[in-house]
Design a protein around this ligand. Structure first.
Ligand code: CP3
Length: 354
């Protein structure tokens, strides 16, 4: 376990940034904004540096990670950078045979089904991730007062790829293990918690200012099953990284029914997707936690005045929260015109605080 890091203290040049102030629930000069998947296929400069380089290969090259992470910060002037990597990268680093297929996502060669399959996955050690440490150190030096968000996948979401063998709509095999083989499920979820927490610790030790734990697909379960089979393992990850003192954001798609429980898993900031009226989401999360969200990510395809009107409604609703970090309700869609995200960033920054 990591001891409190300088990232969590005023010795961090990003400590007083609008993003970190909002995450802590302090007053801000403007609403901070960043976009999930801000780095990636919507940017021509990303497509250019990725030419002929596989996704996983690019996630293991410190110079490429650094360049790709900085691209959206340069272009949009967003309030935070998010580390360029993937939720399955630490599995690859410990030796799980997997690939990230263009237009598909993570694909696992031998899906996990038995206790022996779980036990065959090695634990993660920091020595597995030298390129991550290097890239974070490069980035923190380049970013100065702009915070870097480290991230990992939460156990349920990562388990879904390991058990299904790839992306899924129903999560039938994953939930069959959860309901039918609770001992295997427990072992798998603990294993992933160790790996995801280790991935976060490496990023925070190297200088990341905050973390986001993505439980993108947790909305596949109801509240009781979330409480019994999902939350304890996310809580384990958040508690382990909590000792560093950096703010922890927790987000899932379709998680409207789970928002309070995702908060009580140990988050400082809860992300809200676009299906939930933001004011309702804020009420569900309660006064003790800041919020992130939640503009519908297709509004970039609407006329500017419609996009701005909806963004204004999100900012107004966000005033009721302990703190508000503006974001989309899920990741940037690859066909998004980057000019729209620049206009949106400027709009959020210029929106009157009063
Ligand atoms: O800009 C950023 O947000 C940082 C980079 C980032 C990526 N993946 C890069 C990526 C982050 C934070 C992730 C997290 C991630 N990966 C999640 C959680 C976030 C979410 O979207 O809910 C999930 C579920 C994954 C698994 C995964 N990896 C998916 C679903 C995909 C997309 C499949 C596709 O091609 O549409 C990937 C691949 C991936 N991860 C890409 C990027 C930029 C596309 C790779 C490419 O350029 O071909």
């Amino acid at each position: 376990p990591v001891t409190p890091t300088t990232s969590a203290t005023s010795a961090n040049p990003a400590y007083d940034s609008a993003f970190l102030r909002a995450a802590r629930g302090e007053s801000v000069p403007h609403t901070p904004v960043w976009f999930m998947r801000q780095a990636g296929r919507s940017l021509p400069e990303y497509l250019k540096v990725r030419e002929g380089v596989g996704m996983l290969e690019s996630c293991m090259d410190a110079d490429l990670i650094t360049e790709i992470t900085l691209q959206p910060v340069r272009r949009y002037g967003v309030d935070a950078a998010i580390f360029f990597s993937d939720i399955v990268l630490p599995l690859k680093a410990v030796g799980v045979d997997l690939d990230i297929k263009p237009g598909v996502g993570p694909v696992v060669a031998s899906p996990v089904r038995t206790l022996a399959d779980v036990e065959a996955i090695p634990d993660l050690t920091p020595e597995d991730l030298p390129f991550i440490t290097q890239a974070v150190q490069n980035l923190v030096a380049e970013l100065g007062a702009t915070p870097l968000i480290g991230f990992a996948g939460a156990p349920f979401t990562v388990a879904s790829y390991l058990v299904e063998g790839g992306p899924s709509r129903e999560y039938a095999k994953t939930k069959a293990m959860m309901f039918g083989a609770p001992d295997v499920w427990d072992a798998l979820m603990r294993k992933i918690a160790q790996i995801s927490a280790g991935f976060l610790e490496v990023q925070v030790s190297a200088g990341a200012s905050a973390i986001q734990l993505f439980d993108s697909w947790a909305g596949a379960v109801n509240r009781a099953d979330y409480t019994a089979f999902v939350q304890p393992y996310s809580a384990q990850v958040l508690a382990q990284i909590g000792t560093t003192g950096v703010p922890k954001i927790h987000f899932g798609v379709n998680s409207g029914e789970l928002l309070d429980l995702m908060g009580s898993a140990g988050a400082d900031v809860v992300g809200v997707d676009w299906r939930v009226a933001f004011e309702d989401g804020i009420k569900r999360i309660g006064p003790d936690r800041a919020v992130q969200g939640n503009l519908d990510n297709t509004l970039v395809f609407a006329p500017d005045e419609v996009m701005f009107q909806r963004a204004a409604e999100v900012i107004e609703a966000g005033k009721a929260a302990k703190g508000h970090i503006f974001n989309l309700g899920h990741g940037v869609i690859p066909s998004t015109n980057p000019d729209q995200l620049r206009k949106l960033t400027d709009f959020v920054h210029e929106y009157p605080r009063g």
